[in-house]
Design a protein around this ligand. Structure first.
Ligand code: ADP
Length: 477
């Protein structure tokens, strides 16, 4: 795949680099500040220890030699002590009493604070950094100001080196992490590229192929598995559609052949009126079956495109179901079946009467179709406070448990050998389910092979039931 500015690989690499840059800057600043602080503190601790030692020496001196003045003692002491810090002693009014050798090299300004407690300071003089300690102490029985000061140029130099090395290494590290980020994102997205290439090469004719699943136990693996499940569903749907198209072509071909042959035979020579009627009956039956099939196909297409006009109104479901049952009773009688209706009165629902009629018709028609001669079919309506329960039961051939979850799929027929002759297209229950769906109803099926099936529809009960006058007015119209 081509690398563009919008490519995910590049975006990830840039993000990674920005993150690395921010981390480096934060880490660099923190370690610089911390190192500076540590060096400062250690120097202050050393100065404080030196100051304490100094005062202790002066305080213990008189016991050994009482002839020396304070200045002489200080002089001797500063020779004995390593000359790391310059020692200066002042009267409290600022009059200098003592300055150790080297003090003239720099003049440390007197701090503004009284420095009763120790006060540390940092002074820059003649290009040097000087750390200072001022403290009012008691020496030789007097209160004096003791001032220690020492160059900390090595510290400044060390910090400068650290800073320079950061400035040198940070860009190098940044380049390395940018390259690393790019390589890592490139590797991480390799399975996506493979999947994309594979998905691109899968056409409608090879839906059996599957995407490679990276064994990474991460989101990419889930994505590949999800795509494969989608392909599986697509494959099933396309196979069913192909099968259905073949079946339909075959059925329509058979119908047209039957009609053509019947008509040709009838026209071949002069026939009796009864023979003509028989030929026309055959043609009519074929036409009816074909028309039913075309209606089903149209209903499915419309449902798909959500173009179906749904005319929601208060519907007397009890009446509607009785009407459909009455219409189909003749068909059941042809097979010597009994069709019993046990309908609670006043079951009103909000819906489209023609769609509801179609749904009930499909369920009853199936019950008749899939129940052998002399079977029994029952349709019932009950209601509770919120719902209407419509049940269509039969003691027909039943549905195998493995087929039961699929009967609402489009074009699914448990026994594909049933032909258009029986009006079997595999679309009826799909339409019924769609009708139930648009009415906020749920449709379920239960069945025992050999014992029969039961289809239940649970629909919302209409909240407003029209008054008796309105019902009779509607009946008159
Ligand atoms: P068809 O046009 O084939 O009847 P349907 O979608 O209405 O299509 O039904 C799908 C399949 O479910 C049918 O092919 C049939 O095998 C099964 N089926 C539906 N209703 C019943 C029933 N009452 N008894 C037994 N099988 C049924």
């Amino acid at each position: 795949m081509k690398l563009t500015l919008r490519s995910l690989r590049l975006k990830l690499a840039v993000l990674y680099t920005v993150f690395a840059l921010i981390s480096m800057v934060c880490l660099g600043c923190f370690s610089y500040v911390y190192m500076n602080y540590a060096l400062e503190t250690s120097r202050q601790v050393t100065m404080q220890a030196r100051e304490e030692r100094f005062v202790r020496f002066i305080e213990t001196w008189p016991e050994k030699d009482k002839t020396l003045s304070l200045t002489e003692k200080l002089d001797r002491l500063s020779i004995a002590i390593a000359a790391t810090d310059i020692i200066q002693v002042y009267e409290l009014d600022g009059t200098p009493i003592y300055s150790s050798p080297g003090a003239s090299a720099f003049k440390v300004p007197w701090p503004h604070q009284p420095c009763i407690e120790r006060c540390f300071g940092l002074v820059r003089q003649y290009g040097h950094s000087i750390r200072t300690l001022n403290h009012v102490v008691t020496m030789d029985g007097r209160q004096l100001r003791l001032s220690l000061s020492g160059k900390i140029d090595e510290h400044a130099e060390m910090m400068e080196n650290v800073r320079n090395s950061y400035l040198l290494f940070c860009p190098l590290l940044l380049i390395a992490s940018a390259a690393g980020g790019f390589v890592l994102s490139d590797r991480a997205l390799r399975p996506v590229r493979q999947m994309t290439a594979e998905a691109r090469s899968i056409g409608i004719h090879d839906l059996k192929r599957r995407l490679p699943i990276p064994n990474t136990s991460d989101e990419l693996q889930v994505l590949a598995e999800t795509w494969n499940e989608l392909l599986e569903r697509l494959h099933t749907a396309v196979s069913r559609l192909t099968q259905f198209t073949e079946d339909i072509s075959h059925d329509l071909g058979t119908t047209i052949t039957v009609m053509l042959t019947t008509a040709s035979l009838a026209l071949h020579r002069k026939r009796t009126a009864e023979e003509y009627r028989a030929a026309l009956r055959t043609i009519t039956t074929e036409c009816e079956a074909t028309s039913r099939l075309l209606q089903d196909l149209l209903a499915v297409t419309r449902a798909d495109m959500v173009q179906q006009h749904i005319d929601m109104q208060l519907v007397p479901l009890s009446e509607l179901v009785c009407e459909v049952a009455d219409n189909l009773r003749a068909k059941a009688n042809l097979k010597h079946q009994t069709l019993q209706a046990s309908i609670a009165s006043d079951a009103w629902t909000m819906g489209d009467p023609s769609l509801l009629r179609r749904m009930v018709g499909i369920l009853l028609d199936n019950a008749i179709k899939y129940t052998p001669e002399h079977g029994a079919i029952a349709v019932s309506i009950t209601s509770d406070l919120q719902h209407i329960h419509l049940k269509v039961q039969d003691n027909g051939i039943g549905i195998a448990p493995e087929a039961l979850p699929r009967i609402f799929d489009r074009f699914y027929r448990v026994d594909p050998s049933r032909t258009q002759e029986e009006g079997s297209s595999g679309l009826g229950l799909a339409i019924a389910q769609w009708v139930a769906g648009v009415h906020g109803a749920a449709i379920t099926a239960a069945s025992t092979p050999g014992n029969g099936s039961e289809f239940s529809v649970t629909m919302p009960l209409a909240t407003e039931i029209p008054s008796a006058e309105l019902i009779s007015l509607a009946a008159e119209q």
